[in-house]
Design a protein around this ligand. Structure first.
Ligand SMILES: *[C@@H]1O[C@H](CO)[C@@H](O)[C@H](O)[C@H]1NC(C)=O
Ligand SMILES: *[C@@H]1O[C@H](CO)[C@@H](O)[C@H](O)[C@H]1NC(C)=O
Ligand SMILES: *[C@@H]1O[C@H](CO)[C@@H](O)[C@H](O)[C@H]1NC(C)=O
Ligand SMILES: *[C@@H]1O[C@H](CO)[C@@H](O)[C@H](O)[C@H]1NC(C)=O
Ligand SMILES: *[C@@H]1O[C@H](CO)[C@@H](O)[C@H](O)[C@H]1NC(C)=O
Ligand SMILES: *[C@@H]1O[C@H](CO)[C@@H](O)[C@H](O)[C@H]1NC(C)=O
Length: 467
């Protein structure tokens, strides 16, 4: 596989605090480099703006970069986001308290990326005039877009895949996210969304008695049996997150992103949820349990279901929770009508109180809009926003063209950043088209950059004009 071409595994010494001068410490930031296809000198650099997890995991799941590297004669760099993977500013103490977590912000992460790129360009022979394109998915995609906005001197353009840059207060309706999840289930099998909508009452009913709790625990093969009503509440949010994650990874082929899953996993799940309205609560929940096990036990290796876990351990859930509790305030709500979940309003105060009790910090709801521009981003340029129609995060994404160079690419049959994955023979035509268009924009930006620096206009044998 392509990752074997990875030829360097490096650490870069970066400032812990780029924006103040009292904390003068540095930390080791991990980054990966693959230059096998790089055309030296001046060939482009594709730079993955790492998100909330182990960078090698994102590297393994971003096959698109490996595939276009050859066509563009590009070097690949994958930079790890501070506080995740091995890039821990205070080592094991990084998460010990909010004093140590204080430097976990998107602004610091962008500054890390900028300083790293400037350093690579001045130290790698032949890289001085290399145009750099930022690429990222999800939060990494938000970082790519913001990186181009804040550091247009460092990157010539950005691909922001499945990047919900508008999932912030007062930018999009808080219920749209769960509406997309529900639509995915509604179109993947008869009565599928209706039965999930009915399941919450059935769970409430059963969890009102000790025998019901025991029955649920056994039916779902839970590692830790449900003991009381609080457990039942966490059980329901775990199930809700399970359906959300399935919507994110509803890929057309067998894949292992958040969990190992079959092709079109929601269709497989929905086979267990096609009852019409006559079944008992018990029958309904037996179906729900079978459905959940598609997600948690596709490999058949799972001895029990752990309601404290919904995804791979490569993601840094605690770090992301801290970011949500500070800058990344993303309102979500459900109404049980347009979506298949129990109604729950967005309650900023309750969220803020929870953040305060966990970390001793309170979120700043409006900061992301102020610092990154919210809906007023039309003065920026050279950013592609790609979104999948099946992906709930598309609800907070840019899904129409803003200007000639702030472009939205839609992938109706795509889930969460499908376009960033390796190509596959089961890929729908919409994702093939999206990747081809993304590549054309990269080529256009590179040509523009090389014109303006006076370097060679031809960078690869597969060069194509694009206007
Ligand atoms: C990435 O892939 C390599 C090669 O298969 C593997 O050794 C490594 O564990 C993977 N990393 C993650 C975080 O999955
Ligand atoms: C709870 O479930 C039982 C058995 O299915 C049913 O008879 C009863 O009516 C339900 N109670 C409520 C409050 O839904
Ligand atoms: C529901 O399913 C049962 C058993 O498959 C069937 O007998 C019944 O006719 C169905 N009812 C409706 C309303 O479709
Ligand atoms: C997972 O699947 C295997 C194989 O079918 C089965 O033996 C095991 O009991 C399942 N685990 C759970 C938690 O259902
Ligand atoms: C369940 O997951 C949590 C969080 O990852 C972990 O700490 C715990 O040990 C797991 N429990 C079991 C029984 O596997
Ligand atoms: C945006 O413009 C590009 C280029 O013309 C086009 O391919 C794309 O479909 C447009 N996107 C949307 C969402 O209309």
């Amino acid at each position: 596989m392509h990752y074997l071409l990875l030829n360097f595994f490096f650490f870069f010494c970066s400032q812990i605090d780029h924006f103040g001068f009292l904390q003068d410490g540095t930390f080791k930031q991990r980054y990966l480099v693959a230059d096998k296809h790089w055309h030296q000198p001046d060939g482009p650099i594709l730079f993955y703006t790492g998100n909330e997890g182990d960078i090698t995991w994102f590297c393994n799941n971003t096959g698109f970069m490996w595939e276009v590297a050859e066509q563009l004669g590009a070097m690949l760099v994958f930079a790890e986001h501070r506080y995740y993977g091995e890039s821990l500013p205070f080592g094991q103490a990084s998460y010990s308290d909010s004093k140590h977590l204080n430097y976990l912000t998107s602004e610091q992460a962008l500054a890390d990326f900028a300083v790293l790129i400037e350093n690579l360009k001045s130290t790698i022979p032949g890289a001085r005039n290399s145009p750099v394109i930022a690429i990222g998915g999800s939060y990494g995609g938000m970082l790519s877009a913001w990186f181009r906005m804040k550091y247009p001197n460092v990157v010539i353009g950005a691909l922001a895949a499945s990047a919900p840059i508008w999932q912030f207060p007062d930018m999009v309706p808080c219920g749209d996210f769960y509406k997309v999840v529900t639509q995915d289930f509604a179109k993947s099998g008869d009565n599928c969304d209706a039965n999930i909508r009915r399941s919450w009452k059935a769970i409430n009913n059963l969890s009102s008695s000790a025998s019901g709790l025991q029955w649920l625990s056994e039916e779902f093969s839970l590692c830790t049996p449900l003991k009381n009503n609080n457990d039942a509440v966490s059980f329901k949010s775990w199930l809700q997150e399970t359906w959300v994650n399935l919507a994110m990874v509803d890929y057309p082929y067998e894949a292992n992103f958040l969990q190992p899953l079959p092709a079109w996993p929601i269709q497989v799940v929905c086979k267990y949820l096609n009852f019409n309205s006559t079944v008992s609560d018990y029958q309904l929940l037996q179906g729900v349990a079978q459905a959940a096990k598609v997600y948690y036990n596709y490999t058949g290796n799972s001895p029990c279901l752990n309601t404290s876990q919904t995804a791979t351990g490569s993601l840094g859930a605690l770090g992301w929770f801290f970011q949500a509790c500070t800058e990344m305030v993303m309102p979500m709500c459900t109404d049980g009508v347009q979506d298949m979940f129990e109604p729950e309003e967005w309650n900023f105060q309750a969220f803020s109180d929870e953040c305060n009790s966990v970390f001793g910090v309170r979120p700043r709801a409006d900061w992301a809009g102020t610092v990154y521009g919210g809906k007023k981003i039309g003065s920026h340029s050279n950013i592609i926003f790609s979104n999948g129609g099946l992906d709930p995060w598309s609800a907070g994404g840019v899904t129409s063209n803003i200007t000639q160079s702030l472009v939205s690419i839609l992938i109706p049959d795509g889930a969460h950043h499908l376009d960033l994955r390796y190509s596959n023979k089961l890929d729908p035509p919409s994702v093939r088209d999206a990747r081809a268009l993304e590549l054309k924009y990269f080529q256009k930006w590179i040509r523009q950059a090389q014109k303006s620096t006076g370097t060679r206009p031809s960078i690869s044998k597969n060069w194509k004009m694009f206007t």
